[in-house]
Design a protein around this ligand. Structure first.
Ligand code: DX5
Ligand code: ZN
Length: 219
């Protein structure tokens, strides 16, 4: 069975102590830090921008996984790259030229991802696999933490696992939304290898135990 990486979503952290929270999850065994960028337009919520990503960069050495829920995304990609993002993921609905957007992320020396909303089919990525380092399956509608996991997305995860394996490419398969120790196993069984978790990490008193439990290694 493939190793499972955990990417805590800072959206559920204490926003008055973001630096401390970043250090705490990195020390607790987080593999990546997931940073949810929301513009109040593409999704009905506003979070934070590249200034905050840049301010957090010195607080942890783990990869910064930036999930852009902004439209248009293209004008801001360079700013997130400069702020210290390692991976930058975009929704296909957030711009007219997905292939060009992915080329621009790669052109800045960053890893590129595509995010599939619950209503977006797997076909949205099949013609850009050569530009992808990550596919992210949303298991909630984007915009808020703490929503219930949509089991209807498990078939999409399995289909993407088959598509990635058939391509022979090194593409991470990430799931985001409603991930808990109870919902993680079905995602892992379907073929996911990176799990995002906001509430299930930051609402727990012991981040290390929470991360281990989602990974499937209860303390
Ligand atoms: C939702 C975000 C998620 C969110 C997950 O738009 O993309 O990353 O923070 O939160 P939980 O784990 O609480 O569902
Ligand atoms: Zn996210």
């Amino acid at each position: 069975r493939r190793p499972v990486r955990i990417a805590p979503s800072l959206l559920a952290a204490d926003f008055a102590r973001l630096g401390e929270e970043t250090r705490a999850v990195a020390a607790a065994g987080a593999d990546w830090l997931h940073l949810d960028i929301m513009d109040g337009h593409f999704v009905p919520n506003i979070s934070f921008g590249p200034v905050v990503v840049k301010a957090l960069r010195p607080h942890a050495g783990i990869p910064f996984d930036v999930h852009l829920m902004i439209a248009p995304a293209d004008p801001y990609i360079e700013a997130f790259a400069a702020a210290g993002a390692d991976l930058i993921s975009v929704h296909p609905e957030a711009g007219p030229h997905l292939h060009r957007t992915l080329q621009s992320i790669r052109g800045l020396g960053k890893q590129a991802g595509v995010v599939l909303n619950p209503g977006t089919p797997v076909a949205a990525v099949e013609n850009v696999l050569d530009l992808l380092d990550l596919v992210l399956v949303m298991s909630v509608n984007p915009g808020f933490g703490g929503q219930a996991f949509l089991a209807s997305q498990l078939g999409k995860i399995a289909a993407l696992r088959r598509m990635i394996d058939a391509s022979g490419r090194d593409i991470a398969l990430q799931v985001d939304g409603g991930i808990t120790p109870a919902t993680a196993p079905a995602c892992i069984d379907a073929g996911a290898d990176v799990l995002v978790a906001g509430t299930a990490v930051f609402a727990q008193p012991d981040y290390a135990a929470a991360i281990a439990a989602i990974r499937g290694n209860p303390a």
